[in-house]
Design a protein around this ligand. Structure first.
Ligand code: ASP
Length: 335
């Protein structure tokens, strides 16, 4: 009998402990979080001029302020993700939207995707040449069509019909990206991976006050890519994933490897089926699986308790975040 009472007492203690854990999590969870990236592989501080460094700081700060203004007034994580990515797409400093890299044929073909962690709803566009903000077109695919991924002309026609801003393809011409293409063309002997050099895709993940996660990614792809090549960024599960039960992920890196390893979903699946924490899951996929294949890149990821991970196996990844606790950080290098 004494043993029975001891057993009941033990159960009582365990349930108190679990309750306390839950409460601590709920209490310590920030009301909202926005985490963004501007691509992986910029090199070290020595590779960037102080002017360029300041310009990155300024724009990233503007992205964080815009996103936190949305989230602090109770706006959705989807709105914050879209707004954050639009600002980076409008800047020539990132390989997305205005600053997109060139294909081997000297065109710009853009990819983007967005995902809602509430219901796994998702939208994406690939290979588009005249949509100013592909992330907004991706969101329209999610909410205004019965499909997940639209490509090329079909995606453009759909976006135009939805009132998305269209531009002449020449809008995406930037001298800097054109010169990168010429440099790569001259070094024909280098492998595709070496040629691609840097990854400066953009992405955002957010947790809103309602506890909903969202993720989005936008890119011009990889310099000198074949016409029609699509990377991981618009592929749900590879470059972007969000599930309220686990996490939101946006990736940057050598897309072919991120597709083969289903990177963003793999991180979510490790959490769901193995019970791993966010950091452990992201680290395993980026620093073990991808690294063993010599595949460069990284992810930003956010779990449903507001825990963040920014994990990369390249020399650096531009990343920044803001939380309802007043934390605001910007990192351009490894640090
Ligand atoms: N992941 C992108 C792609 O392969 C490139 C990047 O991250 O910069 O298209």
């Amino acid at each position: 009998m004494r043993q029975f009472f001891f057993f009941v007492f033990l159960l009582f203690l365990i349930s108190c402990e679990q309750g306390a854990k839950k409460d601590t999590n709920a209490a310590s969870r920030p009301e909202y979080v926005l985490l963004i990236h501007g691509g992986a592989g910029y090199g070290t501080r020595a590779d960037m001029s102080p002017e360029r460094e300041k310009a990155y700081h300024d724009i990233l700060e503007c992205v964080l302020d815009t996103g936190s203004a949305i989230l602090s007034r109770g706006g959705s994580s989807l709105d914050a993700v879209e707004a954050a990515i639009r600002i980076m797409e409008n800047s020539p400093m990132f390989n997305a939207g205005k600053g997109a890299v060139f294909t081997e044929q000297g065109c710009n073909e853009l990819d983007a995707s967005i995902m809602d962690g509430r219901d796994l709803n998702a939208g994406a566009v690939a290979g588009v040449r005249s949509i100013r903000n592909p992330i907004s077109a991706a969101r329209e695919v999610m909410t205004g069509s019965k499909h997940v991924l639209l490509i090329g002309e079909g995606a453009e026609k759909f976006a135009a019909a939805q009132g998305i801003e269209m531009v002449d393809p020449s809008y995406f011409y930037t001298e800097r990206r054109w010169r990168s293409l010429q440099r790569i063309r001259k070094k024909q002997e280098e492998s595709y991976r070496e040629k691609s050099g840097k990854f400066s895709t953009v992405g955002a993940v957010a947790l809103d006050q309602q506890g909903n996660l969202a993720a989005g990614t936008s890119t011009g792809g990889m310099t000198n890519k074949m016409a029609g090549r699509v990377g991981d960024s618009p592929v749900i599960g590879a470059g972007t994933y969000a599930d309220n039960e686990t996490c939101a992920v946006s990736a940057t890196g050598h897309g072919e490897y991120f597709i083969r390893h289903v990177v963003a979903y793999d991180i979510s699946a490790l959490m769901k089926y193995k019970g791993w924490g966010l950091e452990k899951a992201a680290n395993h996929v980026i620093n073990k699986k991808l690294k063993s294949r010599k595949a460069g890149g990284g992810v930003i990821a956010l779990d449903n308790n507001g825990m963040m991970a920014a994990t990369f196996n390249t020399t650096s990844m531009i990343r920044a975040w803001v939380t309802s606790d007043g934390e605001k950080k910007i990192f351009l290098y490894e640090e």
